[in-house]
Design a protein around this ligand. Structure first.
Ligand SMILES: NC(=O)c1ccc[n+]([C@@H]2O[C@H](COP(=O)([O-])OP(=O)(O)OC[C@H]3O[C@@H](n4cnc5c(N)ncnc54)[C@H](O)[C@@H]3O)[C@@H](O)[C@H]2O)c1
Length: 279
């Protein structure tokens, strides 16, 4: 797709790595100007340097309101406006059984994964409303809708994003602002590499390991998710708001280990035809 946006302006949170970095690169390739916001300040500086004059970098902790506000202000000061807020920064966060949960870790997980998205929406809306246009996309996860694929705090935050997204979409619709979520399936990023192998750089090994969760097929790459975000931000998606775009190769709809989806139960006679159980 060659959707060149003639200098439209995006803030991407979590832009130092994985999905955020891929999205920042894709948008810049397509003519966007981008503010790269991430708690890994050096990494976003380096990526901005590689992208060139169309990029700015800022060290941002999305849980801190002044940081998120500053990222939005930088977009307006450097590039004149904000057309897309990609609220993407996230961490896997707290883990372990619920009865021994470390509540400080739970609170931190929520502060980054949910409060950070709330703040991103708040400050994007602050500058988008007066212009009467803009798009906000937040990154949720299958953990929002399926148990057992993320820890409890992560799952709750990602489910919270869905409620927040719909609620804010309703408020901002009359102001010409669309608000959507993207739901990546298992994606071969440093986050997953770290989880799967203990080494955030082991992407190739992670691709192999993730195949067990994706029916032997390749998992998503960060670029697959970037394409979905670019679509949601494009005029082609003008009628799409309050929507969750699932980019998971069927992961949430078709459990890879399901005998039903593989037709293996057919021989057992568990088939209903015209309301009658086949024999
Ligand atoms: N990888 C997957 O399989 C997958 C699946 C579903 C959803 N997601 C979500 O996608 C998003 C991006 O994840 P990824 O896989 O690219 O992981 P990643 O670890 O490669 O990238 C996440 C980025 O967020 C940044 N970050 C973390 N805490 C921050 C904070 N407080 N302030 C600012 N930046 C912060 C990190 O520094 C990192 O650059 C996350 O929200 C994640 O939950 C990932």
């Amino acid at each position: 797709m060659s959707d060149r946006r003639n200098g439209d302006v995006a803030v991407v949170t979590g832009a130092a790595s994985g999905i955020g970095a891929a999205t920042a690169r894709l948008l810049a390739d397509r003519g966007w100007r981008v503010v790269l916001a991430d708690v890994q300040g050096e990494q976003v500086e380096e990526l901005a340097w590689r992208i060139g004059p169309a990029a700015r970098a800022l060290r941002v902790d999305v849980a801190r309101e002044e940081d998120v506000s500053a990222a939005v202000d930088l977009a307006v000061e450097a590039f004149g406006r904000l057309d897309l807020m990609f609220a993407n920064a996230g961490v896997f966060g707290a883990y372990g059984p619920v009865h021994t949960a470390d509540m400080a870790a739970v609170d931190t997980t929520w502060a980054i994964n949910l409060r950070g998205v709330f703040l991103s929406m708040k400050h994007a809306a602050r500058v988008m409303r007066p212009r009467g246009s803009g798009v906000i996309v937040a990154t949720t996860s299958p953990a929002a809708v399926v148990g057992g694929v993320g820890n409890h705090a992560y799952s709750a935050a990602k489910a919270g994003i869905l409620g927040l997204m719909r609620s804010v979409a309703g408020e901002l619709r009359p102001h010409g602002i669309r608000v959507n979520a993207v739901m990546p399936g298992p994606t071969a990023t440093p986050m997953n590499a770290d989880l799967a192998t203990g080494d955030a750089t082991a992407i190739e090994r992670t691709v192999e390991l993730l195949k067990s969760r994706t029916d032997g097929k390749r998992p998503a790459f960060a670029e697959d998710i970037a394409e979905a975000v670019a679509f949601l931000a494009s005029p082609a998606a003008e009628m799409i708001t309050a929507h969750t775009l699932v980019v998971d190769g069927g992961f949430t709809a078709i459990p890879g280990d399901s005998r039903w989806t593989k037709g293996e139960n057919a021989a057992g006679g568990a088939i209903f035809e015209a309301g009658r159980r086949a024999t």
